[in-house]
Design a protein. Structure first.
Lengths: 178, 178
């Protein structure tokens, strides 16, 4: 077990990821794209070729994946829709989806505003996240795509850090524990 | 009282903002930059000249202001730091700040990770948000800048929708009630 940062390189950008203690088991590297335009841009550039070309809408989730998906949308012209983790007062007829299992044993609920759900209907949808771990959140997002009447064509993640059940295209594997 | 959308133009981009019912008093136009790269880019372009040129770090807050601040950082090269509204497990020595008053009577707490607080220390900081209303959140962010040892040089917002106590540079005024 070590406190040393974990080094990651995407394109020409290298970051020393801080590691955080998880329980008493060990440490995990922490990806933080928020606040880091240079790294976010490098990741978006690298992720772009992994996006299925038939994608008509990207679906992401607050909060950490937000600048990345924005940057990817900027590069591809493909619009994106955001799933929230709290009910917003302005939502109309939201789709509500429980996340099946959480690593930390905390229950989480996803909210997709009805206005946004209708923009997935009949569309080819790719899920975009920064990190996929157990895949619970992505699984709930897949259910949302389905319930909204969209057609899921792929899941892409910058990093894989665990064993998700569904196929995911990703740039790099991160250790789950160091 | 009407259900008609409220039209806003920034640069060459026009959006019909949906309006949402607030209590029994009336409706307010809802700004949503998330998921809208074209509008976010237009707002960032327009906001750029309002950013005090001496700014060394921008401070923003989750969630709606995130793509805008990312876009502004992309354009200016000025880095940004994000205040969260929930404690994250990875935070170390976070600064915790109550939002003094909330429009809806809900108490809110802001969290600034210690790592990020230290990146404000001794720096000229500008607060960036999408919408400033009563100014409670911005006031709490000002306190955070102060407590982190930063020097506040300005507050910029895309839209003003209320009567904040502090001076704010903004693009347009939105009606508080229609």
């Amino acid at each position: 077990m070590t406190n040393k940062p974990f080094s990651v390189t995407v394109g020409t950008v290298t970051r020393e990821l801080p590691t955080i203690q998880v329980g008493e088991m060990g440490r995990v590297p922490l990806v933080e794209l928020i606040g880091d335009v240079e790294f976010t841009s490098a990741v978006a550039d690298a992720l772009r070729p992994l996006l299925p070309p038939e994608t008509e809408v990207m679906l992401t989730v607050v909060t950490n994946s937000l600048p990345l998906t924005h940057a990817l949308s900027e590069r591809t012209g493909v619009p994106y829709v955001v799933v929230r983790k709290k009910r917003r007062t302005y939502m109309r007829d939201p789709l509500i989806q429980e996340v099946p299992s959480m690593t930390l044993g905390v229950n989480e609920t996803l909210w997709l505003d009805g206005r946004h759900a209708s923009s997935l209907k009949g569309k080819r949808v790719t899920i975009v996240v920064d990190v996929v771990a157990s895949g619970g959140t992505v699984e709930a997002m897949q259910r949302l795509v389905d319930r909204a009447g969209g057609q899921l064509v792929g899941c892409v993640a910058a990093f894989r850090q665990g064993e998700p059940k569904m196929p995911v295209r990703y740039l790099q594997e991160l250790p789950k524990m160091i």
